[in-house]
Ligand binder design. Structure first.
Ligand code: FAD
Length: 245
């Protein structure tokens, strides 16, 4: 498919039907949609789709696919934001609901990263969603490069997809992940993703120059980007980011 055709298809609004939903954490709901009308949404891990919410479909919100593209479905994970109309609608949506959707969109994928570069992923909250999809896709290849994830959340109960990540690290020697909890239960020191960067970079540097992929809210993404460039001399061509706000 050429670029023009890909853009035409991405702009096409299709009807997506909510077929499954579950809570991943107290404020995070995972929703799986089947695209039943129009052309399928053929995405690359890391990309997102636009959902047209509200009675007239005029409330547009973007959500990254959390599951690697093999099933033909769109699985997303949405944080419920206090007073946020889009995320509240996503949390209230009933099975069988139909939503107009377009996509895929976005360049936050592994397509721009050299095939043999070690990978360091950094995510907070639902910033994990595109990264979860990329890790899943990467581990399904025959590649051997090391893959590390530093994931930050507020509390232990907010560790999204921890079962999947644990299972993948048990199965694939080249993958490891470190959760950091900023407001842990008493007796455990709080930590931020920023604190884990030096050790992760050091560990990967023996395998070549790591590329770092960062996703989450603006403050964290900008802070990590500045640290990578200024404190750890990671060139800008090796830093890839997606911001949710
Ligand atoms: C490319 C892209 C991909 C995205 N993917 C996801 C995703 O996979 N999961 C997801 O939950 N959101 C994702 N978002 C954010 C999403 O599009 C909405 O902005 C979010 O759901 C808030 O919309 P709202 O209408 O509820 O609140 P609004 O009133 O529009 O926003 C209120 C506040 O919510 C904050 N906010 C936005 N996203 C989050 C979040 N994830 N966690 C905490 N606070 C947030 C913003 O800083 C803003 O100040 C993505 C955004 C972009 C641009």
């Amino acid at each position: 498919m050429d670029r023009k055709e890909a853009m035409r298809r991405a702009r096409e609004r299709r009807e997506a039907v909510l077929v499954r939903a579950r809570m991943l954490a107290p404020e995070v709901r995972e929703l799986t949609f089947a695209v039943r009308e129009g052309s399928p949404i053929e995405f690359v891990a890391g990309q997102y789709a636009n959902f047209h919410l509200g009675p007239n479909g005029d409330l547009q919100r973007s959500y990254s696919m959390a599951v690697a593209p093999s099933s033909g479905e769109l699985t997303i994970a949405v944080t419920r934001v206090e007073g946020g109309p889009g995320s509240i609608a996503m949390h209230a949506m009933e099975l069988g609901s139909k939503v107009p959707v377009d996509g895929p969109w976005g360049l936050f994928t592994l397509e721009r990263v050299p095939m043999d570069a070690p990978l360091l992923f950094v995510a907070t909250g639902t910033g994990l969603t595109p990264i979860r999809a990329m890790i899943e896709a990467e581990l399904a290849t025959a590649g051997t490069r090391p893959v590390r994830l530093v994931f930050g959340c507020r509390r232990e109960v907010d560790r999204l997809y921890a079962d999947d990540l644990d299972a993948w690290s048990a199965k694939h020697a080249r993958f490891a992940w470190t959760p950091t909890v900023s407001r842990p239960v008493e007796g455990t020191p709080p930590a931020r993703v920023q604190d884990r960067l030096p050790a992760a970079l050091e560990e990967l540097s023996g395998h070549g120059e790591p590329h770092v992929l960062v996703c989450g809210l603006r403050a964290m993404v900008e802070d990590v980007r500045a640290l990578l460039k200024e404190a750890y001399s990671v060139g800008r061509e090796r830093i890839h980011t997606e911001r949710f706000d």
